[in-house]
Design a protein around this ligand. Structure first.
Ligand SMILES: *Cc1c(COP(=O)(O)O)cnc(C)c1O
Length: 401
């Protein structure tokens, strides 16, 4: 890499630079089988080798370009706008909830895992009234249940839905939920964090009021910011609603449209990396292209894990191409910590489970991974089990039957 070689000659910090350059996934880094941050391409990382002025016209053009591309991705045309916002995904969810739900509004939160629960907790902080539909760890909120609740609760103004509930990996039936919400004339706010860019979401099918995602999920950028895509009318109406200056989506939007700049210091390197990631997303065939690769990753991985004896938490119908939850085996030689370490030694980082009831772990399918990587993972899993002396990978309840 020429940029690096030049640094080595002229830069007293050359040693440090060299070490960092070597730490690329094709060298020594493990693959991140996690739902973000995830394994990014070398090209995306290389985009961060420059420094940008936050006020500079070239940087402002990158911001404008990102916004346009994201609006196009949801078919938002002239009626939607995109507002990037500093912080991790949760900051943007909080910004969306506080900016779009009126202070005297009522939300219905559709919960089936940690992110639905976090949305409810956020509303508590914000002092917004809400009711909830809580389906526990692994069942989807069904359109007919939402229909019934909206019939019984005319006070509900906004429905908050999670597209892919990353804690179990379930892909929630957003289309059906949206149809019901629209039939009742209520507004739909979507946390599409972990699905956006890989699972289709188009405003002609799901005319959401606002949705939110972040840089380090399926677009395969690095952490640093998220973005809200919302109806322009909603962005205009949001004036004066937010409890927070830094999380005020309306203010960020109005300022950005007026000045082309972010209100406060933007995560410049993360933004330019994201643009590079968006270009690669397009080259891969956009959402359908990415969906095809991730789906194949999941197919190969789940099939191989099942052959080894593992069971998925979810029935096939609800498996997302984002992340899959497996039950921990009851085999007394199995320990998650040991399993994690053995896989890490073989260059794969997996994810702990997030279920309230059963012991589980998760394996992600997103990021710069393909089916070959997934096959290497399966070999690593087989090796790890052998070293640990685990023979039976069935979960508790299934061994007894
Ligand atoms: C990742 C994620 C978030 C945001 O999490 P952060 O750690 O704040 O980035 C929110 N909702 C869902 C569904 C997610 O997958």
């Amino acid at each position: 890499m020429t940029a690096m070689r030049r640094s080595r000659e002229n830069d007293p910090m050359a040693e440090l630079v060299e070490v960092q350059t070597d730490a690329l996934p094709e060298a020594d880094d493990p693959y991140l089988l996690t739902p973000g941050p995830l394994t990014t391409s070398r090209r995306t990382k290389e985009a961060m080798l420059h420094d940008w002025g936050s006020w500079d016209v070239e940087f402002n053009e990158v911001t404008a370009d990102i916004r346009r591309r994201l609006i196009t991705m949801v078919g938002g045309g002239e009626t939607y706008d995109c507002v990037p916002l500093q912080g991790s995904g949760t900051y943007c969810v909080e910004a969306m909830l506080s900016s779009f739900i009126p202070k005297d509004g009522w939300a219905l939160v559709l919960m089936n895992g940690a992110y639905g629960q976090r949305a409810a907790k956020t509303l508590q902080y914000l002092g917004r009234d809400y009711i909830k539909l809580d389906k526990g760890d692994y069942l989807p909120p069904l359109p007919e249940e939402v229909d019934d609740l909206l019939n019984r609760h005319p006070e509900v103004t906004d429905v908050v839905a999670i597209h892919c509930e990353t804690s179990s990996g379930i892909l929630n039936p957003l289309q059906g939920i949206s149809d019901v919400v629209m039939k009742h004339g209520r507004r739909l706010l979507v946390d599409a964090m972990s699905a956006f860019g890989a699972v289709p979401l188009d405003v002609s099918d799901v005319p959401f009021e606002a949705m939110v995602s972040s840089a380090n999920k399926c677009i395969e950028g690095v952490p640093g910011f998220g973005f809200v895509v919302a109806k322009e009318t909603a962005l205009a109406e949001a004036e004066g609603r937010s409890h927070s200056l830094s999380l005020d989506v309306h203010d960020q939007w109005a300022y950005m449209n007026r000045t082309s700049q972010w209100r406060f210091t933007p995560p410049t390197h993360s933004v330019v990396a994201f643009r590079e990631a968006l270009l690669q997303h397009e080259e891969e065939g956009g959402v359908p292209g990415r969906l095809a690769r991730y789906s194949r990753n999941r197919e190969v991985m789940v099939e191989g894990m099942r052959e080894l004896g593992f069971s998925t938490l979810l029935e096939d119908e609800w498996l997302s191409p984002i992340i899959t939850t497996f039950f921990c085996p009851v085999d007394k030689n199995f320990s998650f910590t040991r399993f994690y370490d053995e896989l890490k030694a073989r260059k794969f980082i997996i994810y702990p489970g997030k279920l309230t009831e059963a012991e589980s772990f998760r394996i992600g399918c997103i990021g710069q991974l393909d089916e070959h990587v997934m096959r290497q993972l399966l070999t690593a899993v087989e090796d790890a089990l052998k070293v640990m002396g685990v023979k039976d990978c069935r979960p508790a309840e299934r061994q007894e039957s």
